[in-house]
Ligand binder design. Structure first.
Ligand code: B12
Length: 477
């Protein structure tokens, strides 16, 4: 069969954890989930293309339609997240109407709200969880006119009734999962604001997490990982076949298993892969010995989840780390020659304006190279969202997917700071952190190309321009 995977453009939404300029300017990453699904389709003998309409300059619906008509697929497919569902649906409706082709969807939203997704008649098939088994089975059945009954993880309609056949497990079996179909992507056009080399890509070597942080939903996803040799094989394919020289590991936490990280580093060196990479880590999972090995294998940046600058609030998140440990690890990491980025939460449970100020000051005092401040928001299927549902008596995300609720900022009942003030304080955090002369100078000195310079300028102007009535105003603790 011929299958097309479409990644429509997406814009910032009010309920997101990032402020507008960050979602707009910080990254231009490839649609990895679609590249996985495309690889699975190809491995089972089908022809696939990916149309990344989100790549700058973005494609219009008509441009995408023209490419689809040229490829002549038999099925259209899309990935769904809760945040971007309505924007993606607009594209589904348009392309389905113009082509009359069946529509297949997959990704996280199918795990969360399959019934609500299927309230939209334009969607014909959906896959819950891993596509490894159900996707080949569905394509085979469609090709041969076979039955869909018994395909685990598949949703479809029969005589107008929705049939949901749940998957056996939500676990991803990484070692039998093919590498994403990067040959279908324009690897020379992706980047993040801090990436330095081309070609650039992102990689997932594991899913889930073993920590129990209260604000995060990843703890509910079973941990599964690709073997170190498998990771090195994927890196080697990126290096040799796609000319990739910089990679961001998007694993929620790359350093869960120390022995695995060491083996990956050894394999990178043994195979002589000259790749710069970045990963996400916890400060209680690294030490100087491991950091030196990571550096020797090309690790250029580590993104640490640091969360808050107030120990009592940090304890409330069940993160299990201390401010002292954070200071020490940032220092050791920099001594090893690795750049550091800190992720911080603004408006975590129990926060006041005073503790948020403490977080901003803490972030500024650490000597970090970069910081990212996230508004604490109620993502679907999290403890925070349960709290929102209890206080509002409604399931906003379900309604949003059905189309009966509009895009809005959700309440933050876990803190006395309002959602509006959390937004403003997050903008303030970026301004205070980045607009220090010493930091601007440090960033400026590290710039390696005109395009990198351009990305920084666009981000800086964006942060500067964000409207915030808190800017410059003193706020009472
Ligand atoms: C890499 C990544 C991205 C990449 C690539 C997008 C992607 N998912 O492919 C980029 C950076 C572009 C991205 C963008 C966004 N992301 Co994102 N992303 C991830 C991340 C970290 C990993 C995804 C991944 O590759 N996993 C590894 C593969 C193997 O697993 P998988 O994605 O589940 O894919 C398997 C199946 O689901 C299935 N599958 C996936 N897609 C499809 C499509 C079809 C048609 C089929 C049949 C099957 C199928 O096949 C795969 C193999 O089995 C996840 C977190 C996570 N741990 O999953 C967040 C995550 C999915 N993203 C999230 C969010 C919020 C966003 C953004 C809104 C952020 C933003 N403002 O930019 C956008 C939304 C984009 C959109 N159009 O909807 C949230 C979704 C929350 C929610 N409940 O909706 C997650 C869960 C992160 C989080 N913890 O909040 N993301």
């Amino acid at each position: 069969m011929r299958i097309v995977f479409v990644f429509p453009p997406f814009d910032h939404k009010k309920f997101e954890e990032d402020i507008d300029v960050v979602s707009r300017e910080f990254t231009q990453p490839p649609p990895l989930g679609l590249a996985y699904a495309a690889a699975i389709a190809e491995k089972s003998g089908h022809d696939a293309i990916i149309i990344d309409a989100n790549l700058r300059p973005r494609m219009s619906k008509e441009d995408v339609l023209a490419q689809i008509n040229e490829f002549k697929p038999q099925i259209l497919s899309f990935m769904l997240t809760a945040y971007m569902f309505q924007q993606t649906l607009e594209w589904i409706v348009f392309l389905k109407q113009k082509t009359g082709l069946p529509v297949l969807v997959g990704n996280i939203l199918m795990e969360l709200y399959p019934k609500e997704v299927f309230s939209h008649r334009e969607i014909d098939f959906g896959i819950i969880g891993s596509a490894q088994k159900p996707l080949p089975a569905l394509l085979r059945a469609l090709e041969n006119g076979g039955s869909l009954e018994g395909i685990k993880g598949l949703c479809y309609r029969e005589n107008g009734q929705l049939v949901i056949q749940p998957p056996d497990t939500l676990r991803e079996d990484f070692d039998s999962l093919p590498f994403p179909a990067r040959h279908l992507l324009a690897n020379d056009r992706y980047y993040t604001v801090v990436s330095k080399r081309k070609n650039f890509t992102i990689m997932m070597t594991s899913k889930g997490c073993v920590s129990r942080c209260g604000f995060c939903h990843v703890k509910d996803i079973p941990y599964s990982a690709r073997s170190p040799v498998g990771v090195a094989d994927e890196l080697e394919e990126c290096y040799g076949r796609h000319g990739i020289r910089e990679i961001e590991f998007f694993d929620p936490v790359f350093t869960v298993n120390r022995a695995r990280v060491r083996e990956i580093c050894l394999e990178i060196r043994r195979r002589g892969l000259d790749i710069s990479w970045a990963c996400r880590a916890r400060v209680d999972q690294v030490d100087e010995e491991l950091l030196r090995e990571m550096k020797a294998a090309g690790c250029a940046r580590i993104y640490y989840g640091l969360e808050c600058g107030n120990q009592a609030i940090l304890d409330k998140t069940s993160k299990g780390i201390t401010l002292e440990r954070i200071r020490e690890v940032v220092r050791i990491t920099q001594n090893c020659g690795i750049l550091t980025l800190g992720f911080f939460l603004i408006g975590a449970p129990g926060e006041t304006v005073r503790t948020i100020e403490e977080t901003i000051r803490f972030a500024m005092s650490l000597g970090l190279d970069y910081a990212q401040f996230h508004k604490t928001v109620a993502k679907p299927k999290t403890l925070l969202y349960d709290e929102v549902m209890r206080t509002t008596g409604r399931d906003y995300w379900g309604e949003f997917v059905m189309g009966t609720a509009k895009e809005e900022r959700l309440p933050t009942p876990w803190t006395v700071v309002s959602d509006g003030d959390i937004e403003k304080l997050t903008v303030r955090a970026y301004r205070r952190f980045y607009f220090q002369p010493s930091r601007l100078w440090k960033i400026f000195r590290g710039i390696k190309s005109f395009s990198e310079f351009g990305r920084y300028v666009r981000s800086a102007v964006g942060i500067w321009r964000v409207k915030s009535d808190l800017h410059g105003r003193r706020i009472a603790p």
